[in-house]
Design a protein around this ligand. Structure first.
Ligand SMILES: NC(=O)c1ccc[n+]([C@@H]2O[C@H](COP(=O)([O-])OP(=O)(O)OC[C@H]3O[C@@H](n4cnc5c(N)ncnc54)[C@H](OP(=O)(O)O)[C@@H]3O)[C@@H](O)[C@H]2O)c1
Length: 287
């Protein structure tokens, strides 16, 4: 019996990793859902999955949480700026607990990307390489949900606004990324780094697809970085620092940092990942 633990089980991706483990006939008794907010994972407990409290900021919770765990899927934390230390806490606790492998969800091309989210992922990859535990690194491209979550705004404003210079970027659904994590945890993938992505598209194509499927006039409105920041600050009331952070992501997309032709995702999950059209349809149907 191999016990597989998944962090962030109260979040979107972690929960989906557990769903894919269950779909692949892993017994609920062999899965440990690690959650900072255990109440959000109570339905998993009802299905026989062991739910344990794990807070990346509280090392003492991590020792108890990882007891008896063989393989760990470390879903990257969501608190930007705190993640290097948080992930280091998890890796250290995993070493103490005798975990035999860690699967980590990183970012596409983390070692060369100018995406402002890349440095924390790269630092975590390095911490894993320096640890005693063999690791599998899943460098995830953009979630398609980053955009499909904004469909109501696209429809209301008639625009997809970006400073991406209409460069290509690659994405996949959270479910496909989660399935890759489940597969990577189940198969021998020690020492591997995968660049994971499905569909490749541009912001103009995104506007076209949403427009066609939602039957609403939507166009790609290309702006420069300063205009984008001003729009977020004056239009959406965002703090300037946060707006600059999000705009820097568009700058990195403009450089091609989120684009890849890698087929690692399809190869790992054994089927074509969801397309942009699939994701837009799913989002529109769930409205
Ligand atoms: N590639 C992309 O496009 C993309 C987009 C968004 C996010 N991400 C990354 O992928 C990760 C998973 O995405 P998601 O959609 O599942 O995000 P999510 O739904 O926000 O889930 C984040 C999870 O991290 C947990 N978490 C946060 N801080 C924690 C802490 N101190 N200790 C323990 N757990 C903590 C949250 O627990 P609570 O339920 O207690 O808050 C939640 O379960 C994100 O955290 C982020 O690193 C990637």
């Amino acid at each position: 019996m191999t016990t597989i633990a998944v962090t962030g089980a109260s979040g979107h991706l972690g929960r989906l990793v557990i769903e894919h483990l269950l779909t692949r006939d892993v017994s609920p008794a062999d899965i440990v859902a690690l959650a900072r907010t255990e109440s959000k994972a109570s339905d998993l407990a009802e299905r026989g999955v062991t739910v344990r409290h794990a807070d990346y900021d509280q090392a003492e919770t991590l020792d108890a949480a990882l007891e008896g765990v063989d393989r760990l899927v470390l879903v990257s934390g969501s608190e930007v700026g705190k993640r290097v230390e948080q992930h280091a806490n998890v890796i250290a606790a995993a070493e103490r607990a005798g975990v035999s492998r860690i699967v980590y969800t990183s970012l596409l091309k983390a070692d060369e990307s100018s995406n402002p989210l890349a440095p924390e992922h790269l630092a975590t990859e390095r911490a894993l390489a320096e640890s005693s535990i063999p690791a599998t690194v899943l460098r995830n491209a953009w979630y398609l949900e980053n955009y499909t979550g904004q469909i109501p705004q696209y429809i209301a404003s008639g625009a997809v606004v970006s400073a991406t210079k209409n460069a290509k970027l690659s994405g996949a659904s959270r479910s496909d990324f989660a399935e890759a994590a489940a597969v990577a945890a189940l198969q021998d993938s020690e020492g591997q780094t995968y660049e994971l992505a499905g569909d490749t598209f541009t912001m103009s194509y995104l506007a076209e697809v949403v427009s066609a499927l939602a039957n609403a006039p939507i166009q790609h409105h290309r702006v420069d970085v300063e205009e984008l920041v001003t729009g977020m600050v004056e239009g959406a009331g965002m703090d300037r620092g946060a707006a600059q952070f999000w705009a820097a992501i568009d700058t990195s997309i403009a450089k091609g940092d989120l684009h890849t032709e890698s087929t690692d995702l399809a190869d790992l999950i054994g089927h074509q990942p969801d397309s942009l059209e699939d994701a837009v349809r799913t989002a529109l149907e769930s409205d």
